[in-house]
Design a protein around this ligand. Structure first.
Ligand SMILES: Cc1ncc(COP(=O)(O)O)c(C=O)c1O
Length: 376
């Protein structure tokens, strides 16, 4: 192999982790509003900040008035499991999995809730045949598979007149794609992905049919307090107005508000989508120019524009670890080894908080790290 010289230009912000993701450009802790810290989250001020956060999310996501949105405990996992535990069991369940987080929901449905779900799987890099889904069932899926870099292309495969509910784990999808909310009964995410916010809290979105399910279905299993969305026989509407079930981190809330205000200043949803698209295109150009790099997601139509997963010619886990360590030591790229359960490869976050110039600057560093790792 010819010697590859260490590049001069480093990405200004080498934060390419797929979660928690890069903070918004210009972020610093001093810029967070802290007036509500040390106060009760149920004070007038605390509730107003929580409501402001909810309002900003609704506005940025273009969420229709038909859908509720609330802040819940336990990051995306907490939000998705809250939905599973409160709403499943009313009808048969289908779980779709094409990477490890989808597999996690399969495990929950099969082994914890013992629902004997129909499981539809595809290998890493592929999508299953979405046209075969039986929508008389409740259907659980991951909009963007963060560990395989495969996403659903759109919502066209979700029928309008479905009998079952659609449950979308949309954590690395919201703010990066146009989500057709009329096809969504339940969606969840956390701030730590496209917004570059903090983990800890989940966001739960419920369409009208999900609310109907909550009102008319009593789960056969006990519900811990942090999962309870019904109170005295009625929907706990407070959850969707900033009256959280238990104590939230107001610092994380303020951090999310900062990110949402940054998003608003940068063109809102369309601005965020454009930034993600530009990043993914810049990374794709890097891949196209190198015969030793490839996309794990075979079909461009279902290739993620946030968590882009790359194959590396001849790589095993050790080579990837070496590359990632070399790049980290040079402050050229942090956290770009693929997920531990995925085939060995690289995973580079292209969400809106990453700057395209930094993706562009990464290309020569990948060449350097690959050459170094191969020759050591
Ligand atoms: C698709 C998907 N689902 C769920 C999770 C878990 O998210 P959290 O750690 O916010 O609970 C992740 C985290 O990366 C994810 O990518």
């Amino acid at each position: 192999m010819t010697e590859v010289v260490k590049p001069d230009l480093r990405p200004a912000r080498p934060y390419f982790s797929s979660g928690p993701c890069a903070k918004p450009p210009g972020w610093s802790p001093e810029k967070l509003a802290t007036g509500c810290l040390g106060r009760s989250h149920r004070s007038k001020l605390g509730k107003a900040r929580l409501q402001h956060c909810i309002d900003l999310m609704r506005e940025t996501l273009h969420l229709p008035a038909t859908h509720r949105i609330g802040i819940v405990p336990g990051s995306d996992t907490g939000a998705f499991e809250m939905a599973m535990w409160t709403m499943l069991g009313a009808r048969p369940v289908t779980t779709l999995a094409w990477e490890s987080f989808g597999e996690g929901w399969v495990t929950d449905a099969a082994k914890q809730l013992k629902l004997d779900p129909t499981v539809v799987r595809a290998d890493y890099g592929q999508l299953p045949d979405l046209s075969q889904i039986d929508w008389s069932n409740d259907v659980l899926f991951t909009w963007n598979g963060t560990t395989s870099g495969v996403r659903v292309p759109d919502g066209d495969w979700i029928p309008e007149g479905r009998e079952g509910l659609s449950f979308a784990d949309a954590t690395s999808a919201v703010f990066a794609y146009d989500i057709p909310w009329d096809k969504i009964d339940v969606a969840t995410f956390s701030w730590q992905k496209v917004l570059g916010g903090e983990g800890g809290h989940g966001v739960l979105i419920l369409g009208p049919r999900a609310v109907e399910r909550l009102q008319n279905h009593t789960p056969a299993w006990p519900l811990p307090k942090v999962f309870r969305l019904m109170s005295k026989g009625a929907l706990a509407e407070g959850v969707f107005k900033g009256e959280t079930i238990n104590t939230p981190s107001m610092l994380a809330v303020e951090d999310a508000i900062f990110a949402l205000e940054w998003a608003k200043m940068h063109g809102g949803l369309q601005g965020l989508i454009a930034r993600s698209d530009a990043n993914a295109a810049a990374l794709d150009a890097i891949v196209e120019a190198r015969d030793w790099l490839g996309h794990l997601a075979a079909d461009p139509a279902s290739r993620s524009k946030t968590s882009v997963c790359l194959t590396v010619d001849g790589a095993d886990e050790a080579l990837i670890k070496k590359m990632a360590a070399l790049l980290e030591a040079e402050d050229a790229a942090y956290d770009i080894a693929g997920y531990r359960d995925a085939p060995p490869g690289l995973r580079i976050w292209c969400g809106a908080t990453v700057d395209t110039a930094d993706i562009e600057a990464l290309g020569p560093w990948l060449d350097w790290a690959y050459a170094q790792a191969k020759s050591s």
